[in-house]
Design a protein around this ligand. Structure first.
Ligand SMILES: C[S@@+](CC[C@H](N)C(=O)[O-])C[C@H]1O[C@@H](n2cnc3c(N)ncnc32)[C@H](O)[C@@H]1O
Length: 306
């Protein structure tokens, strides 16, 4: 596809933003992250992009190429409910959002697209962050999009803030694709299975499997933590995939965790996407990523609206 715009990708991680941008005809020129493994992974999949491994608080924006669209996923741990709602968190990760402001101030791209968890809007400094972007000439439109509504086989609600140098905010609408079931990505021939009834299996796991079987029959998913005590049918999209193993697949008297390929497919990355060898690293990078099809949808709408 011929490109219609250029972009940079801040906090680029495994590359969900870059992958989706490429699918939408946007050429990503530069991508940065402070974690070497993330940069290696991004570079393995997007060798045409210039990479920087650096703390973006310290970035010299004059070394970053000019671009039409600033894409950014500032760190979300400080905002995410995944950390527990009552936990007092005071960490520097929330301040990564200010790197977006300083890059936008220096380069003044036509559009800024920021991804985060919906709770980002509840950040004490969100009104100040918003005002800073307004002061730079951006009108902001907040979109909370569930990846399942774009046809990704996973419920994953994320906030996408679209900033445009216009007087009115650019609302890009809401996707409404048919939901795809988890069965589209699970492979009963793959993975390392173990018997459900084995010595040492936690009583809580057995209880979850028992509850799941009562509701869904022989084949279903169980979540290892968070609310889903009754299991999940394979006929629905996956629940949100986090940065560590969460879902186990049950098949009659055996079970196993989802494989990295299933998680990759459940995030909407293409089959050939290269990931670190260590399962834990691959799951971490995927669980932090933006679903590429959501980005492709959003930038497709942006192109039409621009
Ligand atoms: C939400 S993830 C980004 C996901 C990415 N857009 C994707 O699709 O894979 C945030 C990333 O920011 C990185 N990060 C956190 N603090 C940073 C900093 N100060 N400078 C650069 N990168 C940072 C983390 O290592 C993490 O990979």
């Amino acid at each position: 596809m011929r490109s219609w715009a250029t972009a940079v990708d801040l906090f680029a991680g495994a590359g969900g933003f870059t992958e989706g941008a490429a699918a939408a005809g946007v050429r990503v020129l530069w991508a940065a992250n402070h974690w070497p493994l993330a940069v290696e992974t991004h570079a393995a999949n997007h060798p045409e992009v210039e990479h920087a491994c650096q703390d973006l608080h310290l970035a010299d924006w004059s070394r970053v190429p000019a671009h039409d669209i600033l894409l950014a996923s500032p760190c979300c741990q400080g905002h995410s409910r995944a950390r527990g709602k009552d936990q007092a968190h005071h960490d520097s990760s929330r301040s990564t959002a200010w790197a977006v402001v300083s890059c936008a101030e220096f380069h003044a791209p036509q559009f800024v697209v920021v991804e985060n968890v919906p709770e980002f809007q509840g950040w004490k400094l969100y009104p100040a962050w918003r005002m800073a972007m307004n002061a730079l000439g951006y009108s902001l439109a907040e979109h909370v999009i569930d990846a399942a509504d774009v046809g990704v086989p996973q419920h994953r609600r994320r906030l996408f803030i679209v900033g445009a140098r216009s007087t009115v905010p650019l609302h890009l609408g809401a996707p409404a694709a048919e939901h795809r079931p988890a069965s589209d990505v699970v492979d009963f021939e793959a993975g390392r299975w173990s018997p459900i009834e084995r010595p040492g299996r936690a009583a809580a796991t057995l209880a979850r499997v028992c509850a799941g079987r009562a509701r869904h029959g022989d084949r279903f998913l169980v979540a290892y933590y968070k609310s889903e005590r009754g299991g999940r049918p394979l006929s629905r999209p996956l629940g949100t995939l986090p940065t560590r193993d969460r879902f186990a697949l049950v098949d009659d008297d055996r079970m196993r965790m989802l494989t990295r390929d299933e998680i990759r497919d459940g995030m909407g990355f293409p089959a050939g996407y290269r990931l670190p060898t260590r399962h834990k690293d691959a799951v971490h990078l995927l669980g932090n990523a933006v679903c590429p099809p959501v980005v492709a949808w959003l930038l497709g709408r942006l192109k039409e609206a621009a």
